[in-house]
Design a protein around this ligand. Structure first.
Ligand code: PRT
Ligand code: ZN
Length: 285
């Protein structure tokens, strides 16, 4: 039977969440230690566990059909792949950083300097876009140590909380790119594989919508129903059920996570009582 092949990071920052996505989609995958390849038991999916740096190339060559990887890697590797879906985790940025004690004077600071990085292509593009000539020292890891040991004047590396820069006496000077984990796909997927991919994306969207919304139940005097419908428009419109107590109703609706607290205040002011808020597991629009 036709299977979609997905590559995910073997062990690293994106591994757990990548497997977590499959799990939330109801796709059962076992990944014992040392397993580099496995088949889902209840979905036409084969999973390969790889180093993140290799994933764009494998997707381009159709060794795998799709992969989960940081946008920073996708852009650095410059392979011909499509970004299919933004996953909203693994958020970070690629930044230039300099020694704390140095005064930052703008991008021209880097003219004639030596910059250590694992992202030579992105750095080259940035510098040439600004018309700056600098020496790029390519290293594969522990980039933040480079200025401290005299290997370079500055670095270009991934920053998330900023604490690694701080610990190494560095400060962020410029952000070159912001990044999150994405699903990338081969550009020539055959129809059968595309169909499986669509099924998987349908499930991923349902999980993502659910995580961004809450189910809300409340009691309201009938006189406030009109106002509460305005505050809680819901997916189509709220459900309204009569309570045993005359003149009161129960209303059910859906509210966006990021608008939640603001809406609750409005609901209370409108006369709502006994407000219950429940997480949603899956939400299909
Ligand atoms: O072995 P493999 O090659 O697969 O893994 P890797 O070591 O190359 O990558 P890994 O697991 O470190 O990161 C995988 C992906 O996670 C990256 O490509 C980014 O898309 C994303 N990501 C998110 C990060 C970070 N946050 C992050 N903080 N990748 C790396 N870091 C490192 C950064 O290099 C720096 O050394 O963490 C340090 C900075 O962190 P803060 O929080 O101190 O700023
Ligand atoms: Zn890597």
């Amino acid at each position: 039977m036709n299977k979609l092949k997905i590559a995910i990071q073997k062990s690293g920052r994106l591994s757990e969440k990548s497997l977590g996505i499959l799990e939330e989609c109801g796709i059962k995958v076992s990944n014992g230690t040392g397993v580099l390849r496995t088949i889902a038991s209840n979905f036409p999916l084969e999973v390969l566990f790889l180093r993140d740096d290799d994933i764009p190339q494998y997707v381009e060559q159709q060794v795998v059909d799709i992969g989960i990887v940081g946008e920073n890697i996708v852009m650095e590797k410059k392979k011909c792949v499509d970004v299919i879906y933004r996953l909203g985790f693994g958020n970070c940025r690629l930044s230039l950083a300099i020694l704390n004690d140095d005064e930052y004077t703008g991008p021209s600071y880097f003219e004639g300097k030596k910059i250590a990085t694992s992202y030579p292509n992105l750095l080259k593009d940035y510098l040439s876009g600004k018309g700056i000539t600098a020496e790029i020292e390519e290293i594969s890891g522990s980039v933040e140590i480079a200025p401290g040991i005299g290997l370079s004047d500055a670095i270009c590396d991934i920053v998330s909380s900023g604490s690694t820069l701080l610990k190494n006496g560095l400060k962020e000077a410029e952000t070159i790119l912001t990044s999150e984990a994405v699903i990338i796909g081969n550009r020539n997927l055959p129809a059968g594989k595309r169909e499986i991919l669509e099924k998987m994306l349908f499930r991923i969207r349902a999980v993502k919508n659910a995580s961004e919304n809450k189910y809300i139940l409340l009691n309201t005097p009938d006189s406030a129903i009109g106002r509460i419908c305005e505050i809680l428009p819901g997916m189509k419109s709220p459900t309204i059920l009569p309570l045993a107590m005359k003149g009161w109703s129960s209303m059910h609706s859906v509210v966006k996570e990021d608008e939640f607290w603001e809406r609750i205040e409005l609901l209370k002011a409108a006369g709502a009582e006994g407000i219950l808020v429940i997480p949603i597991e899956k939400m299909i629009l």
